[in-house]
Design a protein around this ligand. Structure first.
Ligand SMILES: C[S@@+](CC[C@H](N)C(=O)[O-])C[C@H]1O[C@@H](n2cnc3c(N)ncnc32)[C@H](O)[C@@H]1O
Length: 375
């Protein structure tokens, strides 16, 4: 399976869409948004560019995409006011990147209302007509962030949230000489996985992340900033993390469907996820080896697991996590196993998560890194 061709979040605004099932990511992004906005304000105050090019990599579709862009534009506007340069034109070009099968149309359909409500309300709030809001334009950039996306030396600021723990492919080293996975019955690194499996995942992360850094270092201007948010782990052992536990529970949900005769065992044996939760040290090592970036801030934070249900919803934590993972994984699961298992699989998955949570907290962790390109 060529993952970069087929992987996409569930598009549109329906019940199972990413737009309707990404509040856990939204809350995590909001928790650390001061780090993102401080970074862009700092950049603006240091360079006061008249034109700024900003990219959001792995933007997906739905409220998270445009709300982060709104925060960034607000932060730039605050910095302009601080410098009292709101009488001058500022032009902001926003590039939204994702894989080609992402639902870019939904973002573009939401753009006019976003502009009217978000950007104009800012202008309306001001009495002084001499104050000019920033002019903002938007463009979609389909393609993998594991490679070049933009002309050299063209970007001031790069943001990416919850995209970089997705690898470019399932690590080829987990397949034997007959093309069979050595990680039978599991979909990610698990207690029963041979040691080669975690080595293969780490190698793929190193290859991908170093290519990501190399590509961005060519595209960012000197002194340009980059803020990355990704899932990670604190323990050297891969299986001692909540992120691994959640994949283990999805493996068990698949196994239940195998035992019910709904899925062939071989189908499960040949399904692996292209995910990796790195440690802080593994990230730092790649940044050091690539050499173009200085890390200004590197924080670990817990992805909150208290859910505040939308009005009228009685969804449990398990259901919320299951629908979140479904919105992310459904495109690949449908292709590999067929559409018929998806509802049952995620029903079982939600129940297993609730059972596990009753035994103790499940607290996935994420990292936020704020970096600058060295001069
Ligand atoms: C979980 S979503 C995060 C979306 C949004 N940034 C947020 O924080 O809610 C991850 C996104 O990264 C995208 N993605 C994964 N691998 C990618 C790659 N190699 N190049 C570009 N986008 C990628 C996925 O298609 C998906 O839309």
């Amino acid at each position: 399976m060529d993952i970069e061709k087929v992987f996409h979040m569930v598009g549109g605004n329906g019940e199972t869409s990413y737009a309707a099932n990404s509040s856990l990511q939204k809350r995590a992004i909001d928790l650390v948004k001061h780090i993102t906005t401080d970074s862009i304000v700092d950049l603006y105050l240091a360079t006061t560019p008249q034109k700024m090019a900003i990219a959001d990599l792995g933007c997906s579709s739905g409220k998270n995409t445009l709300s982060m862009i709104g925060e960034i534009i607000d932060a730039i506007d605050r910095a302009r006011r601080k410098l009292m340069v709101t009488n001058k034109n500022t032009e902001i070009q926003v590039f939204l990147n994702d894989l080609p099968s992402n639902d870019f149309n939904s973002i573009f359909s939401a753009w006019p209302d976003f502009c009217r409500e978000k950007l104009n309300s800012k202008c309306n709030g001001r009495n002084d007509r001499s104050q000019k809001p920033p002019f903002v334009c938007i463009a979609g950039v389909p393609g993998s962030f594991y490679g070049r996306l933009f002309p050299s030396d063209s970007l001031h600021f790069i943001h990416s949230s919850f995209g970089l723990h997705w690898l470019s492919r399932v690590p080829p080293a987990i397949y034997d000489e007959n093309g069979k996975s050595i990680n039978k019955g599991k979909i990610y690194i698990s207690e029963s996985s041979p040691p080669l499996v975690s080595e293969a995942y780490l190698m793929q992360f190193q290859e991908d992340f170093s290519l990501f850094l190399r590509s961005r270092s060519l595209e960012l201007k000197s002194g340009g900033r980059m803020v990355l948010i990704l899932l990670g782990r604190t323990d050297p052992h891969h299986t001692h993390s909540a992120n691994s536990l959640l994949w283990e529970l999805l493996s068990r949900s698949f196994a239940i469907l195998v035992s019910q005769g709904d899925i062939d065992e071989e189908k499960l044996d040949s399904y692996e996820i292209h995910f990796y939760a790195p440690s802080k040290e593994e990230i730092e090592e790649e940044v050091r080896k690539e050499g173009s970036f200085a890390i200004d801030q590197f924080e670990l934070f817990e992805v909150e697991n208290n859910i505040d249900n939308a009005a009228g919803s009685t969804a449990t934590y398990g259901t919320t996590v299951a629908t979140t993972v479904r919105a992310i994984q459904e495109s690949l699961i449908r292709l590999h196993f067929g559409e018929h298992i998806v509802d049952d699989l995620f029903g079982i998955y939600g129940r297993l998560i609730d059972e596990e949570k009753a035994k103790g907290e499940i607290k996935p962790v994420a990292f936020i890194l704020s970096m600058r390109k060295k001069i």
